[in-house]
Design a protein around this ligand. Structure first.
Ligand SMILES: Nc1ncnc2c1ncn2[C@@H]1O[C@H](COP(=O)(O)OP(=O)(O)OP(=O)(O)O)[C@@H](O)[C@H]1O
Ligand SMILES: [Mg+2]
Length: 276
């Protein structure tokens, strides 16, 4: 397997920031941070409101809003190219927004770059290229802890307890693992900074239904430990089953927002987005 083959097939490959070495678009991971501002008092734990922006001149997000409460699982679903990954990147600070704001835990963090958002409590597992394939599992987790100056051994043990299969492969190159185990490494890597909000872009991409169920169970376990989850999912039906709140995103706007159960029961949502 080559370093560019992540076992995800072709999904997410329209993200030119990942596949285009010339870096078309305006995703910028080197941006300097601005100041944290006080947020509006009553906001949910994560409140990303009226996001507008994209890559270059064309907007992809047209005012979409995503909120997640403490300990909640929020799920974003929608057709390919709807802007789900773009919304995640915007919330993580990889995209310069023309309008909108991101509040986390009562603070307006809109001016922070991704690295400082990690310090503020965000963990992000991108849709593609989310592990270093030539590094071992253990090295991947160590990389995940890059902002920590304290002893992260205990966090690593917690990750290994959560994902026993990858614990057994800690000395193996991540690229040699199965798709499901690589996704576990990616999630584990994001957990190494002890995030308060864990953002997952298609964590079950390219894995079997059994591995998907297993991964969802682990995600529920993470949420129960008090970490808020914001997850994009292609396995919409299964993901909405575990969602406290669900967002159907279409062309960069909110088409439906409701509890996971209500979206699953909505005939129009079922017909149009869940295959009947
Ligand atoms: N880095 C980029 N530069 C320019 N355009 C981009 C970039 N990344 C994505 N796009 C475009 O933005 C739109 C939304 O893409 P995005 O990846 O956010 O969709 P998505 O909902 O995550 O789709 P998928 O289900 O395929 O993952 C698409 O039209 C895509 O071609
Ligand atoms: Mg995507």
């Amino acid at each position: 397997m080559s370093d560019t083959d992540h076992g995800f097939g072709n999904r997410g490959n329209r993200d030119a920031s990942v596949v285009n070495p010339k870096g078309r678009g305006t995703v910028d991971g080197t941006r300097r941070s601005g100041a944290v501002q006080p947020g509006s008092g009553a906001a949910p734990f994560l409140a990303a409101t009226a996001l507008r922006g994209g890559y270059g001149k064309a907007d992809i997000l047209h005012g979409c809003t995503i909120t997640v409460d403490r300990g909640q699982i929020a799920v974003i679903v929608g057709p390919n190219g709807a802007g789900k990954s773009t919304a995640m990147k915007a919330i993580f600070g990889m995209l310069d927004l023309r309008e909108g704001a991101v509040q986390l835990d009562g603070n307006d963090i809109s001016a922070l770059n991704p690295q400082d958002r990690v310090r503020a409590g965000m963990g992000f597992v991108p849709q593609v290229a989310n592990v270093f394939p030539s590094m071992t599992v253990e090295e991947n987790l160590q990389m995940g802890a890059y902002i920590r100056e304290d002893d992260f051994r205990q966090t690593m043990d917690q990750v290994y307890t959560l994902f026993p299969a990858v614990a057994q492969k800690r000395k193996q190159a991540a690229g040699e693992l199965s798709g499901g185990q690589r996704q576990q490494v990616a999630v584990g890597r994001a957990l190494m900074t002890q995030p308060k909000l864990l953002m997952l872009d298609e964590p079950t991409a390219g894995v079997s239904p059994i591995v998907m169920d297993e991964l969802f169970d682990r995600i529920i376990e993470i949420a129960r430990s008090g970490i808020s989850i914001l997850m994009v999912e292609q396995n919409a039906r299964q993901a909405l089953e575990i969602a406290d709140i669900g967002y159907v995103l279409v062309q960069g706007t909110n088409r439906y927002t409701d509890t996971g159960a209500a979206l699953l029961a909505n005939p129009e949502v079922r017909r149009t987005f869940l295959g009947g």
